[in-house]
Design a protein around this ligand. Sequence first.
Ligand code: FES
Length: 395
Amino acid sequence: MVPLGIAVSCISLGGPAPPHRPAFFFFRDSGHTLPMPDKLTPPSPHLSDGVIALRPLRAEDAPAITAACRDPETQRWVPIIPVPYEEADARRFILLTLQAWHDGSGYEFAIVDAATDRYLGSIGLHLGPNVRRHAIGYQVSPEARGRGYATRAVRLVTRWAFERLGIERLALWFLPGNAASQAVAEKAGFRYEGLVRNWESDRDEMPLDAVMYSMTPEDLADSIAAEAAEAAEAGTLIAAIPPDLSAAGTRTAPFVELAAVADLAPGTMRRITRADLDLLVAWTEDGIVVTDDRCPHMAAPLSVGELNGCVVACPLHEGRFDLRTGEPAQMPTTGGLDADGNYHKPWSPSGAALKPEPSSRKLEARRLTRVNRLRYYPTRVRDGKLEAQLPIVPE
Ligand code: FES
């Protein structure tokens, strides 16, 4: 392998290289292949806010990465990627991002459309020698810019990283004058630290200054609170309850405090228990909803399932429920009755072997199990606290 240049996975708008720049050399392709990640495990399910998702890079992303790295703006703001940039450089880059997973030096993701898996850019969390030396970098393909994807990706990675890695500081830097990166950094909650002289190198290894931003756990909490305040102001923090699906007894029930909004995060779910009610608080792409933390099929806790946009996937029987409508988006594998009493046959996920038929009594129980619509608790925000109308006897 012949190194042709040095770059980081964060090859464009905000691409800071970690000080040691350990693993992201661009090499001409030698046909060498690397094993799939095993030391660092990608989050499962993939990080997603319903609009974008983050997954490890794949060989088929090479043409899109090549196009992005041939873009004059990318080359301008990331003065260390090879010029001209060949598809072999992109293939090598992908292999080295997989190596980063493998050797534990960084979490490297493709930013993709959550619905279509279309490549939109890349983002990496580069691990430094300690919890105060990690850095984040990203690039967004030219045709995907200006739509907030970079901010979404930075938010997803920073929130996940602070929660998962116990980090105390996350750095992000870019070349002076990169206004797009500055906007992303500030929207995502990073704080300006200053101009760092001779921090970067150009393709000829000449020194370049960089603008340094950073984030601490306190900044993250502020950023989540600011995002919530923005959403509240825009009237998008709380999602509308589907018609006629308020839970019984809520109309005149008192509001009960559930959580500080700053402790919640977009795209996440959690269980909150008040008296004998286990509630699911889900921050969907339409806003926050509060419903029962019980699958409307067989009562499994939905909070341990997956949230993707507005759809929550039950951890059992593949049932999926649309929090926007309260209706099943996918009936459970066991089949049964829908809310209107229509019968749905059992089914198997594609590729899975058909299970043997259960005893006739179990079969009958499945057939008669009704999957009702979800029910919702009216919700509001007061003084930064999420409250819901709950039909419970106050303690
Ligand atoms: S318990 Fe949720 S789909 Fe069966």
